[in-house]
Design a protein around this ligand. Structure first.
Ligand code: IPE
Ligand code: IPE
Ligand code: MG
Length: 247
């Protein structure tokens, strides 16, 4: 029985989010430039995207560049932006062949024009695809997203469009970049770090967290199956007791 056979296809996470970490350390271990780690990381992205579409997991969100990553050396930021444009161009056929819609979250206006334009083009091209929504978090920071949301809602109150008592969780949800995505069920972080690094703070309120030592460029579908099997062995209680869930 393969790992994949052990997965209960009726209980797959509907929304999987991944903090793809460890590209730099992968390269360093091999005596290569950090950029080689990022390059190799794109291969892992392709395998995981295709595997999720096949399973199927309808929503996959990948943390590709954080608001804090702008503070890296300019050369690394430039390399990452170039890699983004070339990967987007290269992966159009993967997205179309697998019926995947591309989506993006983050302060996209702060991306270089080339990246922004390519992103808009690919999102437009894939907008009618229905098997999976692949969301790239780019120049994404959860605190920036929540701050933006508070500003937008405050403005509505100021302009008397709503009153403070109208503000509820669903209104806040509707102002987030992720307004059209369900809550995250499973969050995977590679490379052994056990932190969230400003990713989807609101959306992971009840996500199951899974940390693995595997560095992102080494992450393959077997690692993903391990994570899903681990997820399926957990009891998601959402505040209730185990007895309530299993009467
Ligand atoms: C993740 O790998 C990719 C990005 C954050 C863009 P890192 O570049 O953070 O790799 P490490 O953590 O230095 O190994
Ligand atoms: C988080 O990784 C961001 C992405 C994976 C894009 P980092 O490597 O930037 O996280 P920290 O700064 O080590 O927490
Ligand atoms: Mg890192």
């Amino acid at each position: 029985m393969t790992l994949e056979d052990k997965i209960d296809k009726s209980r797959l996470p509907q929304h999987l989010a991944v903090i793809m970490d460890g590209n730099g350390r992968w390269a360093k271990k091999k005596g290569l430039f950090r950029s080689m780690g990022h390059e190799k990381g794109t291969k892992a992205v392709r395998e995981i995207v295709e595997t999720c579409a096949e399973l199927p997991i309808p929503y996959l969100t990948l943390y590709a560049f954080s608001t804090e990553n702008w503070n890296r050396p300019k050369l690394e930021v430039d390399t990452l932006m170039k890699l983004l444009v070339s990967s987007l161009k290269k992966e159009i056929s993967t997205l179309m062949d697998n019926n995947i819609r591309l989506n993006a979250i983050g302060s996209l206006d702060s991306l270089p024009k080339k990246v922004h334009n390519e992103l808009i083009d690919v999102m437009e091209l894939t907008k009618s695809n229905t098997r999976m929504t692949l969301t790239l978090a780019l120049s994404y920071g959860s605190r920036e997203e929540i701050t933006k949301t508070i500003k937008e809602i405050s403005l509505k109150v100021k302009n008397n469009l709503i009153s403070p008592s109208d503000i509820d969780e669903s209104m806040i949800n509707n102002h987030l970049y992720t307004h059209d995505l369900p809550d995250v069920d499973l969050l995977i972080r590679t490379s052994g770090e056990q932190r969230i690094s400003n990713f989807l703070l609101w959306q992971i309120a009840y996500a199951e967290l899974y940390f693995t030592e595997t560095l992102w460029p080494d992450f393959r579908k077997e690692h993903l199956f391990d994570a899903i099997l681990n997820y399926q062995n957990r009891e998601r209680r959402f505040g209730k007791t185990s007895e309530q869930l299993n009467p």
